[in-house]
Design a protein. Sequence first.
Length: 422
Amino acid sequence: MKLVFLIISLYIIPLDFTHSQSGWISQKIGNKQFVDINFINNSTGFIIGYDSVILKTTNTGNNWQTIRTNIPATNGGIICGYFNNENRGMIGSLGGVYRTSNGGLTWIFSPVPSIGLSAISMCKFTDSITGYACGWDAYPFPMISGYDGVLWKSTDGGNSWFELIRKTGDDFNGFQLNGLDSIKILGQTKIFSSINNGLNWSEKSILTNPAIYPRSFSNPFNDTIYISGSGGVIKSTDNGNNWFISLQLNQNNSLWSLALQNTNKIYSVGNSGQIYFTSNSGNNWINQNSNSNQKLNSVFFVNKDTGFVVGDSGVILKTFTGGLVNLKKLESNIPDKIFLYQNYPNPFNPETKIRFNIPKSGNIKIIIYNLQGKEIETLLNKKLDIGDYEISWNGTKYPSGIYFYRLETGNFVDTKRMILIK
């Protein structure tokens, strides 16, 4: 057992604020790789950094205080982390976990039982003495011998650990708990379940055609389960017996984290600054513009509107609006017909406004296409009431050229051209 002391910086970190058209505000801090985030209440939250840096806020992310650990680089850095309250937290690394009971003033390292090399992909305490950690374990040459997925448990405050389940040839990416006895684990090709605190396990296969490498899952104790990973998001509505594709991406597009606000609203974040959102239980997804091209590693919502995303190169994103675009309802008479106006200004650089009228409530979809006819962004996919609306589109991350915007609602479709000049 090893005691690790911290050097705590007592200054408040200045934030580099950048506003995105999609409702996400950039709070970029330095060039750190942030791997995890969670809040313990509406105000207090923690960001976990790979290079042994932890950030803390007590005002819902208006300011962040840095806590620098001296966890040695030979331990492979921090892979994941979670705080239960202001005092108790755990972070996962190669070979074991670090734990604190005094808000990060000191950390103690405890190894997990291993056959050679191990890494923790998720860890958390459920109370003052009970903790769980999952990940992979392997002989010294895992590329030859393969990996085992392991769930470890501690019943003495994280001082010592024992195995609850080991599955050869797998890799455990996450787990979720429901009450005192129910556990579900996300493996590479299966979900493993126990209803008696790990004494017995059942397993159900995950959709493999097309293959998806699971990264995160949510809501596994209800009939409806979502899994994000390389290739998109899959969904089951019968507790994992059958699966179908909810969001299909190419295999290079990994979605690393998934967050459910409720049964309808879901967020998933991943490579190249991708933030996907659905407001109808995964039937349709909107790619929200994060104004970042960095890998996004974790998403967490404090309430239905306030959420955070963290990623590589110091990326911290915050939204007060659920990440929705700046959609404005104009003061005017009730329209008597559907109409899509020409954008203004046009040409534009980098932002333009798109106005439209709808005479009856319904789902409104606005899609942006490039000159080749490829869909590059879903600007809006939402049910709206009768009215006259205006929405903005920002072309900062796109080259100069001709683009098209398309309005779809019911049987109505209209498309207009716009020109981006930089």
